[in-house]
Design a binder for this molecule. Structure first.
Ligand SMILES: [Zn+2]
Ligand SMILES: [Zn+2]
Length: 154
């Protein structure tokens, strides 16, 4: 009897790296990879396509939100050396696959400070950034930029 690797759709993205073996063709199928984060397709996640016809990469909404938050955060902490270092370390950890594979968890420095959702109601799609430290402050809009080709997303 073949051992079949189960495909847990609801589980965390980590399990999505597991290749699948087809019982009929006996071929291994790699999970589909989208986005620059290297995580495979997950039906529970919303993907946004890049508007550049030469790129057309599909990006996770979470990854776009993270990028918009890091830009908002950077604008707010320009003068704060400690926070700037924290942000730099966090972003480096996200781009470093060996660090990620070791399971080291890095909390984004904006956790508890800024929160964002995507607003698909208008064109272009924007990230709406809420400042959790000041409820009277108006939410800020942030453009969405392709994480691969830097095109402004429409
Ligand atoms: Zn992603
Ligand atoms: Zn692109």
């Amino acid at each position: 009897m073949e051992t079949v690797v189960q495909f847990h759709e609801k589980e965390d993205l980590g399990t999505w790296y597991t290749p699948l073996r087809c019982l009929i063709t006996d071929k291994t199928q790699e999970p589909r990879i989208h986005c620059i984060c290297g995580n495979a397709y997950n039906p529970d996640k919303t993907l946004v396509a890049c508007s550049n016809s030469e790129c057309k990469i599909w990006l996770h909404d979470d990854c776009l939100i993270g990028d918009a938050l890091s830009r908002s955060y950077r604008q707010q902490i320009l003068d704060n050396v400690t926070e700037r270092r924290r942000l730099k370390e966090y972003l480096e950890s996200q781009n470093n696959t060996s660090m990620k594979k070791k399971g080291r968890q890095f909390t984004p420095p904006w956790t508890g400070k800024l929160e964002a959702v995507l607003d698909f109601s208008g064109s272009p799609t924007k990230a709406i950034i809420k400042d959790l430290r000041d409820e009277h402050k108006n939410p800020q809009e942030q453009d969405l930029i392709c994480l691969k080709c830097q095109t402004l997303l429409e």
